[in-house]
Design a protein around this ligand. Structure first.
Ligand SMILES: Cc1cc2nc3c(=O)[nH]c(=O)nc-3n(C[C@H](O)[C@H](O)[C@H](O)COP(=O)(O)OP(=O)(O)OC[C@H]3O[C@@H](n4cnc5c(N)ncnc54)[C@H](O)[C@@H]3O)c2cc1C
Ligand code: SF4
Length: 486
């Protein structure tokens, strides 16, 4: 602990500046500016290096947070980067995108605002990139074993990097034309610019990981053929199936699942031609559902010049602060104001959709809704007598995801699924099919990048052990422990 009085002298929690709203709505560039080194030093000094650092448990990766806070305070950014990379393959992703459950369990948070762990993490990662410290770590010798990783999101990439560095020959198959999973075509650039991802992919290529974009396993190559060709297979295909809203008018033009809308916008931002792109310009936009996907739709619609953006949620508005039911160090469910919410629009809670109303040409023009009635049996239905309408030219459904696509996995590989729709697997991430493992959203249901990286790392250790009978790769979490958290 570099400064024993740091948390007493620096009581204020300071985040790096965000670009002003009118300016950032003019482009898709990142919202946060780099952190001023003096501010970074002040913020790192607030870490108390607690006897029992609960932030370790809060972080699914088990990041050794007090150590890199201390190194940052001392100005040893290279040392901080090495500590950070010891437990996290991609801190530049989590430093930008993680909801930071570590900060909910920060001990300082009991009496003061928590340490700004996430943004310190980003500063360390960005400093490492700027100074060329992200050298490739190719293996010293090859094992002669081959692994196919299917899916190039954070889970697949983390598994691939660990296994490549362990000496296995790893190919990552991705059905999209570019590598990155939801970090490429789901999450907008204003949360993470793509050069951050490309930089890491360059490192992985140099280490020897082979990328095969534009190949859909199950269609271009059957799953059983892939299994025959490789000594082990990791399924990291995510949980892309969006939850539906079955109300009258769902078929109208202008009512879309959120993902096609976001994917098309991300493609356009990347410079691709997107014929008949779903756009929000001049439209009254309604986003149904919250979470990251909902707020990403809000931010995208504002940048496209929407006339209005309304976000409706069927549930109650979460409390402002932690309630006694979610005591420290739990991650509480509180009212969140994400950067997209700062940019405008209205948020309605306890709002239940009744139907979409169209015009003669079959386009949506109105959304009928009512207050939510919470029935004793747990159902949530529209409350009679409170019906009203909102103008709607574009409706985006963002009500979560039901799980991975199952058809070809089931038919070609005999993969089994849990009652909740995720791939069934054991403690060691192994499915019931010999040599086939599952990591990330495909195995735990739609979740977070930090969990995907943690699972990718742990699954890699399990695969290494399967192939060699032993492993020296770190295994942060067993699959069942991962499944019960967040
Ligand atoms: C819009 C949106 C915003 C989000 N924002 C955040 C955020 O800010 N912070 C956060 O922590 N989490 C966020 N999340 C969640 C996070 O992105 C996911 O939890 C994470 O990406 C899951 O990683 P994964 O590797 O398991 O799967 P994914 O990232 O979904 O990657 C799976 C990949 O597998 C590919 N694939 C699927 N089937 C096949 C096949 N048969 N053959 C070949 N390839 C295949 C897919 O094309 C995809 O590229 C967000 C999610 C969404 C949808
Ligand atoms: S990865 Fe997320 S939970 Fe872990 S230290 Fe970083 S911000 Fe915190």
């Amino acid at each position: 602990m570099a400064d024993p009085r740091g948390f007493l002298d620096e009581r204020e929690r300071e985040l790096p500046p965000r670009r002003p709203v009118p300016l950032r709505l003019m482009d898709f560039k990142e919202i946060y500016e780099p952190q001023d080194p003096k501010q970074l030093h002040r913020q790192a000094s607030r870490c108390m290096d607690c006897g029992i650092p609960f932030c370790h448990q809060g972080c699914p990766l088990g990041n050794i947070i007090p150590e890199w806070n201390d190194l940052t305070y001392r100005g040893d950014m290279r040392g901080a980067s090495e500590r950070l990379h010891a437990t996290n393959n991609f801190p530049e992703f989590t430093g930008r995108l993680c909801p930071a459950p570590c900060e909910s369990s920060c001990v300082l948070g009991i009496s003061q605002p928590a340490v700004t762990i996430k943004r310190i993490e980003q500063s360390i990662a960005d400093e490492a990139a700027a100074n060329g410290w992200l050298e490739a770590h190719p293996p010293q010798r090859l094992t002669g074993r081959t692994v196919a990783v299917v899916g190039s999101g954070p889970a697949g990439l983390a598994a691939a990097q660990q296994l490549t560095r362990a000496g296995h020959t790893v190919a990552v198959f991705e059905r999209d034309d570019r590598i990155g999973g939801l970090m490429r075509y789901g999450i907008p650039d204003f949360k993470m610019e793509r050069e951050v991802l490309d930089r890491r992919l360059a490192q992985m290529r140099e280490e020897g990981t082979r990328f095969r974009p534009g190949v859909e396993i199950g269609r271009d190559i059957p799953w059983h053929d892939l299994r025959r060709r490789y000594d082990a297979v990791v399924i990291a295909t995510g949980a892309p199936v969006g939850r539906e809203l079955e109300v009258p008018g769902r078929e109208l033009e202008g009512v879309h699942q959120a993902m096609p809308y976001l994917v098309q916008s991300n493609r356009a931002v990347a410079g691709d031609e997107v014929p008949e792109q779903i756009r929000a310009d001049g439209k009254h936009v309604i986003v149904i559902g919250g979470g990251d996907t909902g707020s990403d739709c809000i931010g995208t619609a504002h940048r496209q010049g929407a006339a209005s953006v309304t976000n409706i949620a069927i549930g109650r508005r979460p409390p402002e602060f932690r309630t006694p039911h979610e005591p420290w160090p739990m991650t509480p469910r509180v009212f969140e104001v994400q950067t997209s919410h700062e940019e405008g629009g209205e948020r309605l809670f306890e709002a239940s959709t009744i139907e979409f109303v169209g015009d003669d040409s079959g386009r949506v023009v109105e959304l009928r809704l009512a207050d939510t009635d919470f029935l004793p049996d747990g159902r949530r239905v529209p409350k009679a007598g409170t019906e009203r309408s909102l103008p709607a030219d574009l409706v985006l459904l963002s009500m979560g995801f039901t799980g991975p696509e199952r058809e070809t996995l089931d038919a070609q590989l005999g993969i089994e699924f849990t009652a909740r729709g995720a791939i069934a697997r054991g403690e060691d991430y192994a499915t019931g099919t010999d040599g086939v493992f599952a990591a990330g959203d495909a195995g735990r249901g739609a979740s977070l990048i930090v969990w995907a990286i943690a699972e990718g790392r742990a699954a890699a250790a399990a695969v290494d052990e399967y192939l060699l009978g032993r492993t020296s790769l770190p295994s942060p979490i067993p699959a069942t422990a991962a499944a019960i958290s967040l």
